[in-house]
Design a protein around this ligand. Structure first.
Ligand code: NI
Length: 228
């Protein structure tokens, strides 16, 4: 083979390798197919590996909003979330209700969350979710300063309150809709238990389970904007 051929072959295989390692699902176009985004807050926790296992087995992708303090306790699991092709976002450092605090504290929460997540995973999140969904224009402006887009949800399962796999599964199926963003918690054991049934039924109903960035493709995420 000529050096030119070898070089182009090398370039092609490098391009392939970098595509394979992309966290986003390049193949799924949510404009053409029915998509839904499962999102998991408050981890990583003790049941996060169970959630990851189910997602890996089924080829489903999800988005995890990580709490900085939790990432410090389980940095390895945070790394695994990203390595498996899921999207990660910042759920603040200490899981506080942001609008109750001064600008400096809000910025500290966002920045420290970013730092801890980046240290554990090598990736700086583009997304954040305010704890309890508590947010306002000031929080959003401070998120813009931190290069973060806000992600809320279209449906919340209240899985932490239900604590029953059957009820959680029913809640997800009731809330599921095209381009929906559903809020769950990977730290709730009943959610981890319910997940195989949830994924199976959503797939049966024709949904592609994608990350939030895949769902937003073409529309964002843009720092300082709020989705969906
Ligand atoms: Ni939370």
């Amino acid at each position: 083979m000529s050096p030119v051929v070898i070089r182009s072959l090398l370039a092609a295989s490098l391009a392939l390798a970098s595509t394979a390692s992309l966290p986003a699902q390049a193949a799924v176009d949510c404009k053409r197919v029915k998509c839904v985004a499962l999102t998991f807050d408050d981890g990583p926790g003790a049941t996060t590996p169970t959630v990851l296992k189910t997602l890996r087995k089924t080829g489903a992708k999800a988005t995890f909003f990580l709490v900085g303090k939790q990432v410090e306790k389980r940095p390895k699991i945070a790394g695994q979330v990203l390595a498996q092709g899921h999207a990660i976002g910042n759920h603040t450092y200490a899981h506080i209700s942001l609008p109750y605090y001064h600008d400096d504290r809000i910025l500290d929460e966002l920045k420290l969350g970013q730092r801890v997540i980046e240290k554990a995973t090598g990736h700086r999140p583009k997304l954040f979710r305010p704890p309890y969904g508590h947010t306002d224009d000031r929080v959003l402006a401070l998120a813009a300063q931190t290069d973060l887009a806000q992600v809320l949800w279209t449906g919340t399962t209240l899985d932490w309150k239900l604590r029953d796999p059957k009820k959680i599964r029913a809640a997800v199926l009731r809330l599921a809709k095209r381009d929906g963003v559903l809020l769950l918690h990977d730290v709730v054991p009943a959610t981890a238990k319910a997940l195989p049934g949830i994924v199976k039924e959503l797939k049966k109903r024709g949904y592609h389970l994608v990350t939030v960035p895949t769902l937003l493709r073409g529309k964002g995420p843009v720092a300082g904007e709020s989705y969906p």
